[in-house]
Design a protein around this ligand. Structure first.
Ligand code: XUL
Ligand code: CO
Length: 442
């Protein structure tokens, strides 16, 4: 491939300079080449860049248009603009040292007047992406289809009251699965988009949920028929854009998947800001997925504590991330998943270098949290505290409860004849919070 023109000419590949570095364009905690337990930090964390925010985000909001004007967004032919944009994107992925990227079909190629034309456009950009992946070594963490922007999807895609829209969405996902496979995608994500409702006055909730399940079964079957081996992921979100989204949170997702016999085929892609919108902590959603053996991947971002919508900010809250990492490590890691920065620049952050600052901060925060969580686990104090708290279930009648080898009659007899009144024991929350503070700031 010919040497392409640099789109970020003033920025070199970001180097690791350590925690004391004053260089804003250097990593302080993320050394991709550092080997921990026989794997590089890059392999442990599997960072990914979200194409839609990093390369399609323009800073628009409901009160005004975009503020971000990129120098590479020039020309008349939308396909060749898309190719140049993709050149800039892969230059960024390489310079920020991200091993992965993620996209929606419509992020990377312009939508045509017909589905056939959209597919042709997509094919051209997939060929280009394939060359760029080969040239840079950057891989595809996951692909997905945008089933929410085009007005045809205003009342949902798989849950649309019109079967015609369902069919169109099926055709679109068929193609998205094919191109994700062609690029070696390790996962495929279903975020609910507009799968939900605005008002029950016009909605048959049961039928819509049945239709969503039918759609996901068809996707599973099609993936199998083309030999796509990637992991399927559901990304829960409780609201926005619809007032009520069907994939509300991980717990309701598990119930949905089990109800429709889909649980074997799916894991969860957990997004921090979606967790908090559902009234949960990020760590809670990770624990619920891990408890069901369904922790898949992370959309790494943060909301604003004072705002009730999806602000998709870069997360530098070390405490929140360390607690999340503790749960992820306890679950044995993310496997084929990774940490995808589903996060965008604030509207006034208009310089190309802001993209670097944002991702450097995000990567450093996760790398630091990873190291802190490993230290906490190695120390073992927290684990030991929790183990001791449940120790009464390790032997005797406690063990019989866990193994379901006792019953109400036996336990009743035991309490009346021997055990009597339980002795209260402190939960020691403040002691544990201080312990965490010591790891974070000690
Ligand atoms: C929307 C969101 C999406 C998904 C992919 O809130 O998170 O970008 O991650 O469709
Ligand atoms: Co997301």
């Amino acid at each position: 491939m010919k040497k392409a023109k640099a789109h970020f000419p003033r920025i070199r590949t970001i180097a690791y300079e350590g925690p004391k570095s004053a260089n804003a364009l250097a990593f302080k905690h993320y050394n991709p080449d550092e080997v921990i337990d026989g794997r590089t930090l890059s392999d442990h964390l599997r960072f990914s860049i979200a194409y839609w925010h990093a390369f399609r985000g323009v800073g628009s909001d409901p009160f005004g248009p975009g503020t971000i004007v990129r120098p590479w967004e020039k020309g008349r032919d939308p396909v060749s603009i898309a190719k140049t944009r993709m050149d800039a994107a892969f230059e960024f992925f390489a310079k920020i040292r991200a091993p992965f990227w993620c996209f929606h079909d419509r992020d990377i190629a312009p939508e045509g007047r017909t589905l056939a034309e959209s597919n042709r456009n997509l094919d051209k950009l997939i060929a280009h992406a394939s060359d760029l992946q080969e040239a840079t070594g950057v891989k595809l963490l996951w692909g997905t289809a945008n089933l929410f922007s085009n007005p045809r999807y205003m009342c949902g895609a798989a849950t649309n009251p019109d079967a015609h829209v369902f069919a169109y969405a099926a055709a679109q996902v068929k193609k998205a699965l094919e191109v994700t496979k062609a690029l070696g995608g390790e996962n495929y994500v279903f975020w609910g988009g507009r799968e939900g409702y605005e008002t029950l006055l016009n909605t048959d909730l049961k039928r819509e949920q049945d239709h969503l399940a039918a759609f996901l079964h068809m996707a599973v079957d099609y993936a199998k028929s083309i030999g796509f081996k990637g992991q399927f992921l559901i990304e829960p979100k409780p609201k926005e854009p619809t007032k009520h989204q069907y994939d509300f949170d991980v717990a309701s997702g598990i119930a949905f998947l089990r109800t429709y016999g889909l649980d074997r085929h799916f894991k969860f892609n957990i997004e921090t800001n979606h967790a908090t919108l559902a009234g949960h902590s990020f760590q809670h959603e990770i624990e619920v997925a891990a408890a069901a053996g369904m922790l898949g991947s992370i959309d790494a971002n943060a909301g604003d504590e004072l705002l009730g919508w999806d602000t998709d900010q870069f997360n530098t809250n070390i405490r929140e991330l360390t607690l999340a990492m503790l749960s992820i490590l306890k679950a044995g890691g993310l496997g084929a998943g990774g940490f995808n920065f589903d996060a965008k620049l604030r509207r006034p952050s208009i310089d190309p270098e802001d993209l670097f600052f944002a991702h450097i901060g995000g990567m450093d925060a996760y790398a630091l949290a990873f190291k802190l969580a490993r230290r906490i686990r190695a120390d073992g104090k927290l684990d030991a505290f929790i183990a001791a708290r449940y120790a009464s279930y390790d032997t005797g009648y406690g063990r019989a409860i866990e193994r379901r080898r006792t019953n109400f009659r036996e336990l009743n007899r035991l309490v009346l004849s021997q055990l009597g009144e339980p002795k209260p024991r402190s939960g020691k929350q403040e002691y544990l919070e201080n312990l965490i503070m010591q790891y974070l700031h000690g």
